[in-house]
Design a protein around this ligand. Structure first.
Ligand code: ADP
Ligand code: 5GP
Length: 193
């Protein structure tokens, strides 16, 4: 029998270093009908990041061209001169298969996607236990220069003020608990009509 269920949209937003990537990867490994919307960005790849898998890495000029072509569902200049955007082509490709879409986007992008898709979308806010723990995790991840780290921490306090606008807050303190909570929440939302 055919599956007539329409795919849903699952949004993960939070300050950088809160654990979005960690939780999204875990959930995707458990939910085969959930696919990741690969965003475009003008920032440089980190060691280990792959083009077309983690992001589509493009120049700032190419990014601006895509804005003109209306290629984005939403886009933000998350940090100065660093653009990030959700590609219409990604969302359409995944939804055409009838699958649900997972997004890892900043807080404004997350709320914009929620506004567009309404009840079909679940907006999750991943919250670190504290700003001090967030800093410790970002330092431990060893992916950022001191300048990039400062940019991320400066923005984090502002982003945390958006928490109340989300459908649900997932506190990422104990990783096992956060994984379980995230998986149950997403599974329930995808399964309901
Ligand atoms: P984001 O995608 O939000 O920037 P990451 O998923 O990259 O965040 O997580 C930031 C760092 O914190 C990574 O090194 C990750 O392994 C680590 N981390 C994530 N969740 C936890 C947790 N619950 N406890 C300890 N470390 C964590
Ligand atoms: P990072 O550079 O750490 O990968 O991402 C920095 C921030 O940009 C994170 O908050 C991440 O969620 C956000 N981000 C990634 N892709 C998009 C996108 O397509 N749109 C928006 N608005 N934010 C994004």
């Amino acid at each position: 029998m055919q599956n007539h269920k329409k795919g849903k949209l699952i949004i993960f937003s939070a300050p950088s270093g809160s654990g979005k990537t960690t939780l999204v990867r875990y959930i995707m490994a458990h939910l085969p009908r959930l696919s990741f919307s690969v965003s475009a960005t003008s920032r440089l790849p980190r060691p280990g990041e792959k083009n077309g898998v983690d992001y589509y890495f493009i120049s700032a000029d190419e990014f601006k061209q895509k804005i003109k072509e209306d290629a984005f569902v939403e886009w933000e200049e998350v940090y100065e001169d660093q653009f990030y955007g959700t590609l219409r082509s990604e969302v359409e490709k995944i939804r055409a298969r009838g699958d649900s879409v997972a997004f890892d986007v900043d807080v404004k992008g997350g709320l914009n996607i929620k506004k567009i898709y309404g009840a079909d979308a679940l907006a999750l806010f991943v919250k670190p236990p504290s700003l001090a723990v967030l800093e410790e995790r970002l330092r431990h991840r060893s992916t950022e220069s001191e300048e990039s780290l400062r940019k991320r921490l400066d923005r984090a306090a502002y982003e945390l003020s958006f928490e109340k606008l989300f459908d649900k807050v997932l506190v990422n303190d104990d990783l096992e608990k956060a994984r379980k909570d995230a998986l149950e929440t997403v599974r329930d939302f995808i399964d309901k009509d």
